[in-house]
Design a protein around this ligand. Structure first.
Ligand code: OGA
Ligand code: MN
Length: 204
C-alpha cells in the first residue's frame, strides 16, 4: 500500500475509534475524480439514473419529501477502470479497518449518486431496521471547486451538536451506519458522489 493511503487510513481509523466518523481529504486525487466524471453515466446527468427510494415502500410522494437523489448501483465486475480505482481503495480500506478495529467487514455496495439542484435527503440513519449488514457508510465526493455558499453540506448529528461537511472533490467521509444520524442539505449546484456501505456479510 502506498504511503499516502496508509496515512489516510490511519487517520480514518483514529476518527472512527475516537468520534464515530472520519473525514479524509484527497482520498481520490483530482485526476482520479476527473476520470470518474468523464464516465458516460455522469456526463449524461441524472436523467439516466434511477430515482432513489426509501426502504421497500415506494410511495412516491413520501419519498420525494425525504430524498431527491438519483442513483445507479455500481456492478463491481463490470465497473470501468476509473471506478475500479476507487473500489480497490475501498478493498484496502476494508482490510485495514478490519485489522485495526477488529471488525469483520466482508463486502461493499456502492452507487453513483446525483443530487439535482435543490434536492436533499432529510435526517436519517443508514441501517435498515430489518437488515443490519451495513456497518460503515462511506461517501466520496466528486465536486470540483465546491464553494460553501453553494450549500449541499452533509450535516452529521453528534452527541454534542451538529457538524457540516462540504462535498469537496476527492473527500471521503466514513461513519457508523447504525449510530450516526445525518442529512444532506440542498445545494444550488448539482452534487455528485459515490455512496457506499461496508457490509459484514456478502452483498446479494
Ligand atoms: C445517503 C447519504 C450523504 C451524502 O445516501 O444515505 O446520507 O453526503 N448521503 O451524500
Ligand atoms: Mn445516509
Amino acid at each position: 500500500m502506498n504511503a499516502e493511503l496508509t496515512l489516510q487510513l490511519n487517520q480514518l481509523v483514529d476518527g472512527l475509534a475516537d468520534e464515530g466518523y472520519a473525514v479524509v481529504d484527497n482520498f481520490l486525487s483530482s485526476e482520479e475524480v476527473n476520470q470518474i466524471l468523464q464516465l458516460e453515466e455522469f456526463k449524461n446527468g441524472h436523467r439516466q439514473f434511477k430515482k432513489a427510494g426509501i426502504g421497500k415502500s415506494q410511495d412516491k410522494q413520501i419519498n420525494e419529501a425525504i430524498r431527491g437523489d438519483y442513483i445507479q448501483w455500481v456492478k463491481p465486475e463490470e465497473a470501468e477502470p476509473p471506478l475500479q480505482v476507487y473500489l480497490s481503495k475501498l478493498t484496502e480500506l476494508i482490510s485495514f479497518v478490519n485489522q485495526q478495529l477488529y471488525l469483520s467487514l466482508k463486502d461493499f455496495e456502492v452507487h453513483q449518486t446525483i443530487y439535482p439542484i435543490g434536492s436533499f435527503y432529510k435526517r436519517h440513519l443508514d441501517q435498515f431496521k430489518k437488515d443490519d449488514k451495513r456497518k460503515l457508510s462511506v461517501i466520496c465526493y466528486l465536486n470540483e471547486n465546491w464553494k460553501e455558499e453553494e450549500g449541499g453540506q452533509l450535516r452529521i448529528y453528534l452527541p454534542n451538536g451538529s457538524k457540516d461537511i462540504f462535498p469537496l472533490a476527492g473527500r471521503l467521509v466514513c461513519f457508523r451506519s447504525d449510530l450516526l444520524e445525518h442529512e444532506v442539505l440542498p445545494a444550488t449546484r448539482e452534487r455528485l458522489s459515490l455512496t457506499g456501505w461496508l457490509l459484514d456479510s456478502l452483498r446479494v
